[in-house]
Each structure stands twice: as C-alpha cells, then as structure tokens.
Design a protein around this ligand. Structure first.
Ligand code: AMP
Length: 427
C-alpha cells in the first residue's frame, strides 16, 4: 500500500519539477529576448497589492467579483494576490511616474479562484507586455507583432489572431446602450447567468459561450456601426499595419475581452489545435481610464498577457518547443574519498564547464551508473593511481551518437591540462 502524504498541493496549485521547469524558464527567456529586442524592460511587481488596485479593473468581471484571493493582513489592510498584472503595472506607473512611453514586459504567477481543469489553474503563470503613455495605432501593431514573433520563436505556426475595436469610450457607451436594449427586449431567451451579466455589463454577454445565448448574440447590434471617425481611422490603421507586416487576422465583432477597461483595439491569440475551452492562449488590447482610476493622469495604455500553460499545450499539440537539454558536460567519478571530486567540479564550473558528481563515496561501478544517467558528455575519473600521478582519466560517455574522434576512446590527461582538453573537446 502506498502511503498518501499528509500534505499535498492545494487544488489548482502545482509543483513544476525538472525537466518541465527548464522548459518554463526557457519560455520566459525567449519572451524576454523578443521583448528586449524591441526596447521593453522588465518590471517585477509584488504578488500582493491593496485589494482596491484590482477592484479598479471593474466590478462586472468574474476575476474581481468571484475569483480573488483576498484577505485582511495582520496590519488590517485588505489585500489580494494579483489575478493579473495590468493593474499592478498601472499602479506602479502612478507611483513612480516613469518617462513615457513606458515599455515594460513581465512574467510571474497570477491567482484566480477558478474551477481547476486542464489549462485552468488557481495559480498560473503569464508573460506579457504593457506600454503606457502612447496613443498610436502602430504601437498596437507593434505589440500584436511581438506576440506573433514570440509564437514563431517557440516554433508555433498554427496560432491565429482575432481582432476587434471597441471604439472610443463614447462610441462604446452608445453601443452598450443599444446592446442592453437588444437583450432586454428578448430577456427570456437569455440564460440566467447572462441575465445577471446584463445587469452589470451588457458587453460581457457577448463573451458568453452558453448555447442558449448564441441566437440572441448572433442578432445583436455590431460595434462597427457605432464607431466615430477617429475610432474607425484608428482601427483602419491597425489593420493596415498588420497587413504591411503580413500578419493574418480575422475581425471578430464579438471579441470584447474580459476586463472592462478596454477601448479601441482588442485582440486574442488562439491555438490551432486546442479544445475550445482552452483555446485562448492570451490576448489584450488598448485601455484607458485605468491609470486615472488609480490616481494618475489620463494615460493611454496597451498590452497583452499570454498564459504559459495554454501556450505550452499548444506547443505540445504542434510538437514544438520541447524541454531543453539540461545535461551537464562532465560527471566526476572519484574513488579516493570525494575531496578530489569537490576540487575538480569546483574548478570545472569556474571555467564554465558544467559538472556534477556522486556523493557518499560509492563504488566505481555505482558512480559510473550515475554518470551514465546524468547524460554527461564526459566522465572524468580519478582513482588512487591517477591521484598519485597527478592525472585523471577522461572517458567519453556518448560514443554511440558522435563521429568526433575525441569522443571515441578514453585518455589519461595531466590534471593541469584537463580544462584546456575539455574546452577543446566540448567546443
Ligand atoms: P486574461 O488575463 O483572463 O485575459 O488571460 C490571459 C491568458 O492567461 C489566457 O488566455 C490564458 O492563457 C491564461 N489564463 C487565464 N486564466 C488562467 C487560469 N486560471 N489557468 C491557466 N491559465 C490562465
């Protein structure tokens, strides 16, 4: 009978263990490269903020009303674990007043008390970017293109892009009135849940995936009929920019996205092969009012966030972006007591050669087994004969998969020449 441990991860929380953790790290590394190549700097925000920071996102969203991990801390402050990072970035902007445009990228865990399922967890990681202080449609295009470049860098080729515009706030307000009138006139055809959503924000009804709402959503008024000339021009410029960069997209008039503060451009990246519930890899858009509602000056903002889990599921589905190899270069086998292995691994690591070793003074045979399992390219072996002679034996471990002559046989090397020998052999 296997014993069930007393403590396990809470529902929706996971341990990310090696080698999967190396894949996560590489994922963030690729995102950092794409972002930093475009002049974005990383912002590292706290996991915990005043609850009010997130309440500014809007009170018609499940994220704020139902899914927040909030509590009163020992100092009596009502705080919350962050459910997303846009609000934290805007709070940081108000607090530190950086020069604009402020171009930042981020990564980290978010917390939402949701029903756990594949691709949906209570603690999950995102990467994202935000730009505050520039209201230029080509910036929307830059951002969308960076997400696109990131997917390409991971090797994904089946991601699709949905695009919409919510117009200027006044357009949006007129549209919301029209939507409300449409749904209210047909209230009994709407699901119970969507009737509740309607009371708070008619736009969010368009987000409903419930079958019983589909007919009424299909006949709802379209946002495009409410665009002001400015909003229409902004949207046209975004589309022209995407065309110029050869980024394919589909305009989806129902794409309103979860949060209440969006205006103008909204977009979503969808995986090519995922089931629809986990289809959204991420998305974003342009927002205003958020910086202002957090006590700052009226400031334009645009950004997106991508979920690691769903993007990695998409990678699995497309058979790309495997876990990177984390094998060490060298495994040191020491049968003289272990001190030599301590010295050698230290020396090798200092020279930039990754090295591991066995502990507990095991037999030669047992250490060689571990060396084999480690995936190291070379075993460096030191026994009492080698110790007396000031030498080591270098044994290639993966002779099967190389034609390189340095890897074909073992050699005895003076210790003073070991680093140079390995550097050459590993290059
Ligand atoms: P949102 O901040 O809601 O726009 O979500 C952006 C992206 O984050 C989604 O498209 C998902 O990839 C990811 N995401 C959101 N919620 C979760 C969750 N509970 N578990 C895993 N990933 C999530």
């Amino acid at each position: 009978m296997t014993l069930v441990p007393e403590f396990q991860t809470s529902p929706g929380m996971r341990d990310i263990l090696p080698p999967e953790s190396a894949r996560w790290q590489q994922f963030v590394h690729v995102f950092a490269q794409v972002s930093e190549s475009a002049g974005y700097g990383q912002v590292i925000s706290p996991l915990l903020e005043d609850l009010g920071v997130f309440q500014r996102i809007g009170d018609a969203t499940d994220v704020v009303t139902k899914e927040m991990y909030d509590f009163v801390d020992k100092g009596g402050r009502h705080v919350a674990l962050r459910p997303e990072l846009t609000a934290s970035v805007c709070r940081a902007f108000v607090q530190h007043r950086p020069l604009t445009p402020w171009k930042v990228w981020y990564t980290g865990s978010q917390f939402r008390y949701e029903k756990p399922q594949r691709g949906r967890y209570r603690q999950f990681d995102q990467v994202g970017i935000e730009v505050l202080g520039a209201d230029d449609p080509y910036l929307d295009v830059e951002i969308i293109a960076l997400g696109w470049a990131f997917f390409r860098a991971l090797g994904l080729s089946k991601v699709t892009l949905l695009l919409n515009s919510l117009g200027e706030p006044a357009d949006r307000a007129r549209y919301v009135d029209a939507l409300r009138a449409h749904f209210e006139a047909n209230l009994i055809e709407l699901s119970e849940a969507s009737q509740q959503t309607l009371l708070k924000n008619p736009l969010r009804v368009l987000d409903s995936k419930r079958l019983e709402d589909a007919a009424l959503i299909a006949t709802a008024p379209r946002i495009a009929e409410y665009y002001s000339p400015e909003a229409a021009a902004h949207f046209a410029a975004v589309q022209a920019g995407l065309h110029a960069l050869n980024i394919p997209f589909t305009v989806d008039a129902k794409l309103v996205r979860g949060l209440d503060y969006y205006r103008h451009t909204t977009f979503e990246y969808q995986g090519g092969t995922l089931e629809s519930a986990q289809n959204a890899l991420g998305g974003g858009g342009r927002y205003d009012g958020l910086v202002e509602s957090l006590g700052g000056p009226a400031t334009a903002g645009v950004g997106f966030a991508l979920g690691l889990d769903r993007t990695l599921i998409a990678c699995d589905d497309e058979g790309v972006f495997a876990s990177p190899a984390t094998d060490v270069d060298v495994f040191v086998v020491d049968t003289t007591g272990g001190l030599e292995a301590l010295l050698l691994t230290n020396q090798l690591r200092a020279a930039g050669i990754s090295a591991d070793r066995a502990f507990e003074n095991r037999s030669m045979k047992s250490q060689m087994k571990v060396a084999d399992r480690s995936g190291a390219t070379f075993a460096v072996i030191i026994g009492s004969n080698e110790l007396d002679a000031g030498a080591v034996v270098v044994r290639p471990m993966r002779t099967g998969d190389t034609a390189d002559s340095t890897l074909s046989g073992q050699s005895t090397i003076p210790r003073t020449e070991l680093i140079e020998y390995l550097q050459k052999a590993l290059s």
